[in-house]
Ligand binder design. Sequence first.
Ligand code: SF4
Length: 252
Amino acid sequence: MTTSLESIEAGDGAGTTTTLVVNEIFGPTVQGEGPSTGRRCAFLRLGGCNLTCRWCDTPYTWDWQGISDEGKPYDPGRELVTRTVGDLHRELVAMDTELIVISGGEPLSQQRRLLPLIEALRADGIHVEIETNGTVAPSEALLALGPRFNVSPKLANSGNATHRRIKPDALRKLAAAPGTVFKFVCKSGDDLDEVADLAAAFGIDPVWIMPEGKNVADISEHLKGIADEVVRRGWNLTTRLHVLAWGDRRGV
Ligand code: SF4
């Protein structure tokens, strides 16, 4: 039987030798956020981001001025590695999960080079979720492969200027893709008001609200502070399951 990877290799050969800039690949684990929370999956985290959120939980993918908890600067020479699609496909499939989550950083910054990988995974019958900040419009080729987009537009609390974090064309295109869900990082009623304005402006639905926080105490405090209002507004609430289970550890 021909595997999806062999089918790609039988073509012009370009697919499997395409390279991606990768931060980390790990699993099996579980999806920690949004509607698939708790679902067994593997993670591919790509390097680089076009935003600079002040509370970013993955600064090691892009913040080369940033300092780790161990007091060392993040080093792109250590954090980023260039790997072929064929190599990544083999490692991801070996984790034997029905779901693969592609995250970052901002993975859609590499969307053209992601195509052969997603094509191979979809041909294998694997569900693919792409976590994106909503500033990069997906191409028609990517939309045709049918990944689910988990879009997390950034609010004022991220510290990014509005013109950098809100890209109307990209948001509308993502909102129109079948299955897309939107997930907002919030910790106050003001944040929820901002979400309501964005949802009305861009036809955003369904809305998921996730508490801001990199540790159990912060997540719990913010969750309790917004939960009633999230339900009252008719939205969905998610926690950050991986942080509750494993703390602020990488690779889980
Ligand atoms: S968009 Fe995501 S990866 Fe990029 S800086 Fe913001 S939180 Fe970090």
